[in-house]
Design a protein around this ligand. Structure first.
Ligand code: ZN
Length: 159
């Protein structure tokens, strides 16, 4: 049966992918490991990629180019924040480009941020996604398709 399936909503898709930026840098790839698995139609992958998958069958491959706005968004110039160097532990070796997890003072949620610049007494943090503003090219191949179980659909994720 599964070889007759084509990508549609409520199917579990297994997909190999390689993600390349405009400058040719490969930032992510599943090829050496397990394929990515997700429920089609649930917004579990970026929208610009998900909408290109409809109708693909197992073994089909495709190159998909996704504009920043359909990927991780444009860079938000307001998503930077200056904080005091003193709020970090003395033994933390801060470096530009390093990722940090901070607890949001308001919601208590953990959020990812990046050190954009280290100044004398201050640190500039960048709360943009590291791939914000990037045009993304995905080389993809559908490696598996199956109907999701009722439980998977109810939970909204693959088991
Ligand atoms: Zn579940």
């Amino acid at each position: 049966m599964s070889q007759h399936l084509k990508v549609a909503d409520n199917l579990v898709v297994s997909m190999h992918y390689t993600l390349t930026l405009e400058d040719g840098q490969v930032v992510d790839s599943s090829v050496e490991g397990d394929p990515l698995q997700f429920l089609q139609g649930f917004g579990q992958i970026i929208p610009g990629l998900e909408k290109e998958l409809y109708g693909m069958a197992i073994g089909d491959n495709k190159k998909v180019t996704v504009a920043a706005v359909d990927g991780y968004g444009d860079i938000d110039p307001d998503a930077y924040q200056v904080v005091s160097r003193a709020m970090f532990p003395d033994d933390l070796n801060l470096e530009e480009g390093m990722g940090l997890r901070m607890r949001d003072q308001g919601t208590g949620q953990l959020i990812e941020t990046y050190v954009a610049e280290i100044r004398a007494d201050e640190v500039l943090l960048d709360f943009n996604h590291p791939l914000a503003g990037e045009i993304l090219t995905f080389d993809i191949e559908i490696s598996g398709l199956r109907q999701a179980t009722d439980e998977e659909l109810a939970h909204g994720h693959v088991h």
